[in-house]
Design a protein around this ligand. Sequence first.
Ligand code: ATP
Ligand code: ZN
Length: 303
Amino acid sequence: MSPATPAAPRDRLRIAIQKSGRLAEPARALLASCGLSWRESRDRLFCYGESLPIDLLLVRDDDIPGLIADGVCDLGVVGRNVLSEQDLAGQTDSNARFRELRALGFGGCRLDIAVPDSWSWTDASQLAGKRIATSYPQLLSKWLAGQGIDAQVVLLSGSVEIAPRLGQADAICDLVSSGATLTANQLKPVLTLLESEAVLAGPAVDFEGMRAELMELLLRRLDGALRIRRSKLLMFQAPRELLPSLLPLLPDAEEPTVMQIDGEERLALQALCHGALTWQRLEDLKRAGARGLMVLPVEGLLA
Ligand code: ATP
Ligand code: ZN
């Protein structure tokens, strides 16, 4: 088995994923749930597709857009943040180089502007004339230009969050998930430039022949796998007369299965929900009269 050859072969599909880091395991698990299996090369950089001619190349996430642009890989699993930044960096005549084929539902984070806790924040115009440290100069510059704000972009490759304390910058523009890193550095998020998650990315141009067929098959399976991941089986009991006020709270549910218990008046319901079943939603249902609420994961789905 050969390691990465310069260009992806025409009768196979090659997907770049992160070798190690936040996106590595979830990306592999998602592709495996689409029925893909691989044989790993000894250097652990290349996984040869066994169940389908779909191979993996394991790389640093920052290299993924470039590998797609160069045709070394056909597709990649990468954060929208990295994809958008590199798309802007390599654009000519504002033509997108990449296409976001699917959002994958993991690796969620935001690209936020954060300022020192001591600032009393009113609006973005406060950034005028300030130095903003970031590893995302393209996204930040584009946003500043769009807002008509003249600020200095300070490019840092790592530890952006300590720049204000070191006097290198007045504010930062960085990835945030829980916000704990910001808090630890006496910063507060004030604006979101980009909502990010892992995406399946490809080139802006269409594939042809076998690669187009493989991509269609992959996308079809991916849609099924993503749908199952989002789906949950919701079970609860309720008096029959409350059904009219409970059902509108389940707009994303398929027609529920309704069973009678305790004679006519009490019902047990099962509903397959395709949206997020948050605590808030469960509490709303309880308030509307649902009892014994239970949420179960779905392992398989065949309509
Ligand atoms: P590599 O060695 O591959 O370059 P890395 O250190 O750049 O790894 P990770 O920290 O694993 O990358 O982050 C990969 C991606 O995970 C980010 O680009 C982003 O899309 C996503 N992500 C989710 N939450 C966060 C977060 N709190 N901080 C940074 N990235 C996050
Ligand atoms: Zn990286």
